[in-house]
Design a protein around this ligand. Sequence first.
Ligand code: TRP
Length: 481
Amino acid sequence: MANEKRSSFSGKLGFVLAAAGSAVGLGNIWRFPYLAAKYGGGIFLLVYLILAVTLGFALMTAEIAIGRKTGLSAIEAYKKLDKRFGFLGWLAALVPVIILPYYSVIGGWVTKYLFAFVSGNGAQTAADVATFVDAEGATKAVSFFENFIGTVPAGLTYAEGFGAVSPWEPIGWFMLFIGATALIVFLGVEKGVEKVSKIMMPVLVVLSIGIAIYAVCLPNAIDGVKYYLLPDFSKFSVKTVLAAMGQLFYSMSLAMGIMITYGSYMKKEVNLESSVSQIEIFDTGIAFLAGLMIIPAVFTFSGGTPEALGKGPGLMFAVLPKVFEKMWGGQVIGTVFFLLVLFAALTSSISLMETVVSIVCDKAKINRKASWLIVFVGAVIIGLPSILGYNVWGEVKIIGMQFLDFFDFISNSVLMPIVALITCILVGFVIKPQAIIEEVELSAKFRRKALFVFIIKYAAPICIILILVSSVLDAFGIFKI
Ligand code: TRP
């Protein structure tokens, strides 16, 4: 709210931890590894790292500085900088609205796995739990994950003894996850969750290092380590860059106004530039570790076939249980791991829901409870197609994609690049980079000033336009990239 005095984070550590808490989530652990596996391993990692220190650095600096300068959240902040850019706040606000529902679907998958491990059935998650008989009469195995979410290959019938997949299972776990998120937001106990997650986060890092070391020592994993770490330039394509860019925005909570809001709570004396570096290092470090836990193991268990590497959103759920199954004490380690991931996911979903609730509150001029109810019910309704798309609505496709993939595509590959592009234009040519530089230099000298100006004014807008246009043409099948 415009004139309210904002309470600030106590210092730099407080700010960095809060922003990193929002940044680290399923994006790092679930999304990054499956994209890296799918888009060529090392080349994806390289492109991602280059984008992180250029585009990511410039955009995060700009967003946090805009927040701190105006003291406002995104919708108001853009308007204050320039009246004509008020629409940008709305566009940015649309992103969390789209992400929250499908984020909670994945949160539901994590919850299901946690319960499987807690109840001592962790080994089951690594197994094939059903078989299908295809048209020719051959038997095909169906994994725990496929059976759970209900990805049933078309034209197959269940072998005797196996019931049809029920959509109620994934719906139930989704409801549990989003219900918990909503309850925490309703009761206003986010602070409590954040406190717990501050303890959990370092544990997650330590545990991830342990699991990653174990995973890279598995048989044949070395081929996967090479695939993940050594860039193969023949695998470079526009799609790799687009996927890496979308992932950068998603993982660092950029191009959706979130970092503006965080910036609005940042004290003027806190060093902005080094805060940005620390958040980026933290976020990228966890994503990198998650890749190391998952990608080499794909080579151990499935020989690194293109099919196994291109599994998509199910990759983590298919691979990690197999790693835990082999591991001594895997049942306990798996339980702790999924618990930590659940916490990381919850802090993100809470922050997503908070954001949407306060937008609805401010804009629809209704009270918080009413706005909460609208957001909760709305998110459930939008979330359901994402579940059913992998289940009984398997045949329904939007521009060739299932609902979950479509929501993911629209937010990460279309909306966020557009928001980022317009932000660059606003900063580069309307308010001018100098405005941001002055804000950054309130606390310390801006060391990468020249790089910042070059990226915001030229490199970023040109790259984003090229990638955006080619990817949208590709999605509609007009032009193949
Ligand atoms: N960055 C989060 C992750 O990697 C996801 C996310 C996107 C998010 N937008 C957000 C979290 C807004 C909190 C607020 O999981």
